[in-house]
Design a protein. Structure first.
Length: 133
């Protein structure tokens, strides 16, 4: 909680400054080399997820297996999402007209779900191959 009290106002101040400069919400523009805005964005996001996980009894709700799997496969999902984004950029002319992809959060959810499906499919193929040996 104390971390959020410190970092959320800092992120909001930086965000307000960027909006006034015409940049808006664009953390990826400050990713390489990492700058204050990108670091604050990551810290606040991590603290929020931590607080959510502390409030929910993960064991009781049955989310533990899903959280562990997602944590273990996060790098694979990162790699898969780059493939998904590249494929979507190649089909940009056709995809741009699809209503769902005009809404940012739905586009994000689509990329996330396709990435998770790709990783799960990869794991199934590898498991089947190893069983057949």
């Amino acid at each position: 909680r104390k971390g959020l009290i410190v970092f959320v106002p800092l992120l909001l101040i930086v965000q307000i400054i960027l909006i006034n400069n015409g940049t808006g919400f664009a953390p990826n523009n400050y990713k390489y080399p990492p700058q204050l805005y990108y670091s604050l964005y990551g810290i606040v996001g991590s603290l929020l997820l931590y607080l959510i996980c502390c409030r929910i009894n993960v064991q009781r709700v049955g989310l533990r297996k899903a959280i562990v799997w997602l944590s273990q496969k996060s790098f694979d999902m990162y790699l898969a999402h780059t493939i998904v984004l590249k494929l979507l950029s190649w089909g940009d002319v056709y995809i741009r007209n699809i209503f769902v992809f005009k809404i940012g959060i739905l586009y994000y959810i689509f990329v996330l779900l396709v990435s998770i499906i790709m990783v799960a499919a990869k794991d199934c193929v590898i498991a089947r191959y190893e069983r057949s040996k």
